[in-house]
Structure formats: structure tokens, C-alpha cells
Design a protein around this ligand. Structure first.
Ligand code: ADP
Ligand code: ZN
Length: 724
């Protein structure tokens, strides 16, 4: 008799599915989640396809599938999505599947907890322990058994004894509801005329099961959230699910509370900091359809939604959407793909859209939904440049006299000021004044960053750290070390000296140990318990600080000179966003840009609030250079424990690139970060016309090239965002 065979995709670094025999009497279909033996282990995997024509002679050699898990089958749309992402990014399918199976340890039916209830008269023999327990249960309600015993301070035996006596009964506890249902009519907002018009369009899109992409393009403070909440409300009414993606760091309590004030309950969260138990519960709630709204970081894209009807990508231009380890994918782009496969609308939101999305909107591929002014008629911040060549601070200081004066006035008016500098630590470089020795990481091509709070010199690439010495390791001079350049910690020192009465706070990712502490610190600021905030890009995103009116950008040029094709775009977005924190409630926002190049197009566009001019010049230069979205890019990062091995392999690969006049291979060149963790790095950049299937080109190339062996490593990054 022919046995059934299925192809099962296992969540490991493999592209192909493995065949397994289906035991007699087991019903397995594509999408089912099963446990299968893999080598010595049992892994949770997914039936990917029926194996139509298995060779009967192989049957006996195939292993059998194990238990089918009690979770809904992965829908065809999710399986197609996994295949698509793997194919496009050249990642192993198993690795992509792994992202959908991150359901924590408690997979399977939740253990039913037992409860106890008082039902009968007290027994004859009433010990003090029994008395305490009966008192506790005298409300007649169902109490969890273990908790009740603990609370009454009695053993489980005491509980069981009273059950035997007929005083108590044992009943299963109802399952905890993981996801309370949001109420779309809980608190409907009063929208402005612009917001109303925008919300109507989004609601209309959300009312249909059709693929559409809208670009919700609204200035900072225009109330984009309120607007897309209307589309979410529509989805909830339709009984479907909405996914709201956010850059990980922006997943703040503030947002969850805002959601709760609109819909009555907090949404389900999905990000890397969930406890295994919450992760398991949320995963199950998404898979069953019980969770109607999920707010998550990029990985939420791979969850097995039962009934997805809408995807929102907030701050769509944010770099945090690109994952650069494991599968290299861009969550915004993949959200559009997922929407396309599932035939549902996707809303991308930003005050400063990526050039890619901006071009799509200009060409009519995305529908632009604009919110041109701030909610409540607040003015956009007024922006001025401070020319560091003419009115810079004295040597060794970083706050110019003019900026200092403005901060003083703001603090006197009981308003908040934000000093923005995208540099963690105290100083980016430490050198010996006597011999010129510079402190560098021993295994990376990078200077050690002085972190005074932690009292260590730290490598930002590998995490290596050492105590800050008192003596130069090279010339043994004492007290000769000088900190060169500013970091946020040094800025705080300067601010404290300039404004001794002001309360300062540094917000920087290295000082924040968890999402919870970050939420607490942001709350302190929002409540006005801080006068001067000194922050890295952590503060740029998504927060509302009602009393913040002044933003001083300490080094506006910082991101411009790094050879990244998106340097200008990134700087424009970041500075726009951080200055956009100012004046959101009182409308008196001002931004100061300390810069050495006030004539740079980015600075000019910011000062003139001329967004149009910025996009026009940026789009033109991308088009000229055939950079995305007018051309495609892929990059290869080749690394090895020694330089010649890495370089040799990179050269060999470059020489094997298939000929195609629409494709250009640049390099190999030593990576800007030439050594990380003792690995020497080379890069190839592949550039093609827009109409080339670059993933396919690279796949053929790699198939015909030698595999990296030994400690050689090849990473392929389609649509790279980082060029370091
Ligand atoms: P954006 O995300 O576009 O920068 P937000 O959505 O954060 O802007 O909105 C800016 C501020 O305006 C928030 O404090 C928000 O609560 C408020 N707001 C926006 N729209 C409304 C509305 N219709 N009614 C009341 N408050 C609103
Ligand atoms: Zn290092």
C-alpha cells in the first residue's frame, strides 16, 4: 500500500524541504505544524507540500512525522510569503520560516489550571488552616487552586482534604483571555478637516480586501496616528486583524496608552523583549484571530495571522526596519509584499518619506494621503543654522554661545530643551597628549569610545571594553589622556556647568537596560521633571514631550560625510524628526542646527522648511547615479580571520560575476569598517538597472562560484541600507 509522504520545511539554515512519511491514521495537510525528528533532535516544523510522486523504494528510509501541534495551520498566503522573502533575499527558507515559528516554549494547548470554590458546609473537624482557607473562599467565587493555598498559607493537602469533605469543589479555571477586544467606538476622536479627509480615504481602503498602498504623508504633529486609527477601527468592525509596525525603539508605553484611550484596551505587542510566556500567548492569540490588533517590531510581519486585513508601517523611512543579521530583509518593503500576497491594503506613514516611497507616490504607484499642517493649527518649528565657523564655541566646548543663550531663556520660561547628538558615551576618541597614542579596539578597526558613567573605554562594534587607565600604555605618562570630541555624556557635563540649576537627563540606548526603563524615563520627561534632555537618536522617534519647545542639534553634519548613498536623506529625516519634537503643544518650537556647512542642500532645505526642494534635488541625483529606486543594489560582505584570505576570495568572486551589460560589479574594496571582531572584511557592490531581477542574477552567480569554506564567510545583502 502506498504510504503518504509530505515535504516538511524545518526551521534551520536549509533551503529545501525534507520528506517524511505520514504515519497511518494521521491526517496532515500543507500548513500543519508538526514535530519531526531532525538528526538527534525533535523540531517544530511545517508541512510545506504534499509529495505527489515519492519513490516507493525510499519510503522505508524516510522518517515519520511526529505529533501534529494543536495550532492553526499556516495559511497559504503566509507560506507563499516565506517562499517569496527567502527567494528575494537569498536566505534559506528554513531561516525565514523560523521567524514565523517564534512562539516561545509553551507551544501547544495552554495547560488548564484548576480552581476551587466553596460549595458546602464546613466539616466537623475545623483546623486553623481549614478555617483560613474557608474564610478566603467565602466569597463563593472560583479561585486558582495554587494561589488560594498560598494566600491562605495552607498546603495543597488541606485543599484536597476539604474537597473530600464536600466543602469545596475543584473546577477548571476559564482560560485567560490573552487579547481583550478593542472597541472601535470606544472614544471616537474629533478630527480636523484635513484629518477627516485623510481618514475617510484610509477607511475606504480598509473596507475592501484589495491590495493598495497609501503613503500617509503628514508633518510631525499632524496627527497621523489618530488618522490611521480610523482605518484600524474599520478593520476591527469588519472582524479582521490589523498589524501596526513600528521601529523597535519607538514601541513606547505612550503609544500603547494612546491606543487604549482610543479603543479601550491595549493592543497585543510583539517585540524581542517579551517574556516567553507572553510571547507564547500572543503568538497563539494572533494565530487564532483572537488578537485583533498587533503592534510590533519588524518581526511581527512573520506572525501567522488568522485573518489579516490591514498593515500599517509607522515611520516607514526608519532604518530600524532593515534587519542586517540572519535573513537580511527590509520590513517596510516586505510589508508591501505581504499586503500584495494577502490582497489587503498597506499604509506607510512618515513625515519624511523614504526617497523610494516618495518616488512611488509621485509616480502614482502609491496613493498619497497628505496632512500638510499640525493638528490644532500649531506652527511648525522655526529653524536656524548656527555657523560653527563664525560663531562656534570655544575650544573643547560644544555648545555655541548663541545656543546656550537660547537654552537659558527656555529653561527660565520653564520650558524644556533638547540637545541632540547622535553619539553615545563621553568622547569618541581618547589619546595621550604626551606621545599621541590613540586607544583602539584590538580586534576591530575602531577607536574605543570613552564611557564615563560606566568608567570604561568601549568598542561600539564588538562590545570589548577596558577600564580607562591612569597611565598611557605606550609612553607611561601619567594623567596624560585627553578626550577628543563630544558624546552625550560630555554634553551633559557641559550643560550642567552652563546651567547649574537645570535638571538634565541623558537618554542613550547604552544607558537603558530594558523597554520598561525606557518607558519610565520617557514618562519623566513627558511629566516635566527634566529641563534639559540630552539624547541620541533614541529621542527622535515618536515621543510627545508637551513642554519641549527648543531643540539644539549639536553636530548637524555628523551623518553627512560617510560615503553612504543615503547620507543626505538620512540626515534630512533625522534632523527633521528630532526638531519636530519641538513645539508640538504650544506651537513655539525652534530648532538650531550647529553646522560647518550652512550652505549644504540639507541644511538649506531644513532652514527654509522646503521639503520639496530637498526631494527634488535628492531624486535627481539618485536618478543620475542610478541609485535606488532608479537602479538596484546588492552587496556582498566577505570576511575571514586574515586579510589575504578575505581579499583573495572577494577577488575570485568578482571575477566570476556573470556578464550582463545591465549589471555593474564594483570592488572588491576593503570595507569602511575593515576589521570587526578580528574578522577582515571586504565588500563588493552590485549595481543594476531597475528592470533586472538582481536576486536571480546573484543566485546564478553564487551557484557557479566556490563555496566559502573554513572561516571564510559570505553575506549577501539585497537592497543594502548599510555600507559599513
Ligand atoms: P504625528 O504622528 O503626525 O507626528 P501625532 O499623531 O503624534 O502626530 O499627533 C500629534 C498630537 O496631536 C498628539 O498629542 C495627538 O494626541 C494630538 N492629536 C492629533 N489629532 C488629534 C485629534 N483629532 N484630537 C485630539 N488630539 C489630536
Ligand atoms: Zn571591537
Amino acid at each position: 500500500m502506498a504510504r503518504r509522504v509530505v515535504d516538511v520545511l524545518v526551521p534551520v539554515a536549509l533551503n529545501q524541504a525534507y520528506s517524511y512519511r505520514v504515519p497511518d491514521g494521521t491526517d496532515l495537510n500543507p500548513g500543519d505544524v508538526v514535530s519531526v525528528p531532525l538528526g538527534p533532535r525533535e523540531v517544530t516544523a511545517v508541512v510545506w507540500a504534499e509529495n505527489g510522486n515519492p519513490d516507493p523504494r525510499l519510503h522505508n528510509r524516510l522518517k515519520e512525522t511526529g505529533d501534529k501541534l494543536d495550532v492553526p495551520a499556516l495559511k497559504p498566503e503566509l507560506r507563499s510569503f516565506v517562499d517569496w522573502v527567502a527567494n528575494y533575499t537569498l536566505s534559506a527558507r528554513g531561516m525565514v520560516l523560523r521567524m514565523t515559528l517564534r512562539m516561545g516554549e509553551h507551544l501547544g494547548p495552554e495547560r488548564v489550571r484548576m480552581g476551587v470554590r466553596l460549595v458546602g458546609a464546613p466539616p466537623q473537624r475545623l483546623t486553623p488552616a481549614r478555617r483560613r482557607l474557608i474564610d478566603l473562599l467565602s466569597d463563593g467565587l472560583l479561585h486558582a487552586k495554587t494561589e488560594a493555598a498560598k494566600e491562605a498559607g495552607v498546603s495543597a493537602g488541606v485543599v484536597d482534604g476539604l474537597v473530600d469533605e464536600g466543602t469545596l469543589t475543584i473546577e477548571p479555571m476559564p482560560r485567560e483571555l490573552a487579547a481583550p477586544t478593542p472597541d472601535p467606538s470606544f472614544a471616537e476622536p474629533d478630527l480636523s478637516t484635513d484629518q477627516r479627509a485623510a481618514a475617510d480615504i484610509l477607511r475606504e481602503l480598509a473596507s475592501k480586501d484589495e491590495f493598495n498602498v497609501a503613503l500617509l504623508d503628514g508633518v510631525t504633529g499632524s496627527g497621523k496616528t489618530e488618522v490611521y486609527f480610523e482605518a484600524v477601527a474599520e478593520i476591527i468592525r469588519r472582524g479582521k486583524q490589523a498589524m501596526i509596525l513600528m521601529p523597535e525603539i519607538a514601541l513606547t508605553g505612550q503609544f500603547l496608552d494612546r491606543f487604549a484611550s482610543r479603543f479601550g484596551v491595549r493592543p497585543i505587542e510583539w517585540h524581542s523583549e517579551l517574556t516567553p510566556r507572553t510571547r507564547a500567548r500572543n503568538w497563539a492569540a494572533v494565530a487564532s484571530g483572537e488578537a485583533q490588533v498587533v503592534v510590533g517590531a519588524r518581526s511581527a510581519l512573520f506572525l501567522p495571522y488568522a485573518n489579516l486585513g490591514l498593515i500599517i508601517v509607522d515611520e516607514e523611512h526608519d532604518q530600524a526596519y532593515k534587519q542586517d543579521e540572519g535573513a537580511h530583509y527590509h520590513a517596510r518593503d516586505m510589508a508591501v509584499v505581504r499586503g500584495h500576497i494577502a490582497k489587503i491594503p498597506v499604509v506607510l506613514c512618515s513625515a519624511t518619506p523614504s526617497v523610494e516611497s516618495e518616488v512611488n507616490a509621485r509616480k502614482g504607484r502609491y496613493r498619497r494621503v497628505a496632512l500638510p499642517s499640525r493638528f490644532g493649527g500649531q506652527h511648525m518649528p522655526h529653524i536656524e543654522a548656527i555657523d560653527l565657523k563664525r560663531e562656534g564655541p570655544q575650544r573643547g566646548k560644544f555648545i555655541s554661545p548663541r545656543l546656550a543663550e537660547e537654552i537659558k531663556t527656555a529653561v527660565e520660561r520653564k520650558e524644556q530643551a533638547l540637545l541632540f547628538l547622535n553619539r553615545r558615551g563621553y568622547a569618541p576618541l581618547t589619546l595621550c597628549r604626551a606621545c599621541g597614542h590613540r586607544f583602539a579596539c584590538t580586534i576591530c578597526d575602531a577607536w574605543l569610545v570613552d564611557h564615563r558613567f560606566r568608567q570604561r573605554l568601549v568598542c561600539h562594534h564588538c562590545g570589548f571594553s577596558m577600564p580607562r587607565p591612569h597611565q598611557c600604555p605606550q609612553c607611561s605618562a601619567e594623567e596624560s589622556l585627553a578626550a577628543i570630541g563630544p558624546g552625550v555624556e560630555r554634553l551633559q557635563e557641559e550643560a550642567a556647568a552652563l546651567f547649574p540649576d537645570a535638571r538634565t537627563m541623558v537618554l542613550s540606548s547604552d544607558l537603558i537596560t530594558s523597554v520598561e526603563t525606557m518607558r519610565a524615563e520617557l514618562n519623566e520627561i513627558a511629566e516635566g521633571r527634566v529641563d534639559i534632555i540630552i539624547g541620541t537618536q533614541l529621542v527622535a522617534k515618536g515621543h510627545n514631550f508637551p513642554r519641549l519647545n527648543l531643540v539644539g542639534v549639536v553636530d548637524a553634519d555628523l551623518g553627512l560625510g560617510n560615503g553612504d548613498p543615503r547620507a543626505a536623506e538620512r540626515t534630512f529625516q533625522l534632523l527633521n524628526q528630532v526638531i519636530g519634537r519641538a513645539g508640538r503643544e504650544q506651537g513655539r518650537g525652534v530648532g538650531y542646527l550647529q553646522t560647518h556647512q550652512p550652505e549644504h542642500p540639507v541644511m538649506k532645505a531644513l532652514v527654509a522648511s522646503d521639503r520639496e526642494a530637498f526631494y527634488a534635488s535628492e531624486i535627481e541625483s539618485r536618478e543620475r547615479a542610478l541609485y535606488p529606486p532608479f537602479g538596484r543594489l546588492a552587496s556582498f560582505i566577505i570576511s575571514a580571520g586574515d586579510r589575504p584570505t578575505a581579499e583573495g576570495f572577494a577577488r575570485k568572486l568578482a571575477a566570476l560575476a556573470p556578464l550582463d551589460e545591465r549589471v555593474q560589479v564594483l570592488g572588491p574594496a576593503e570595507a569602511p569598517l575593515a576589521v570587526i571582531k578580528g574578522r577582515y572584511r571586504f565588500r563588493l557592490l552590485v549595481k543594476s538597472a531597475r528592470n533586472v531581477d538582481l536576486s536571480d542574477y546573484v543566485r546564478h552567480w553564487i551557484a557557479g562560484a566556490p563555496k566559502p569554506t573554513g572561516n571564510l564567510k559570505l553575506e549577501i545583502d539585497i537592497d543594502p541600507q548599510s555600507f559599513l
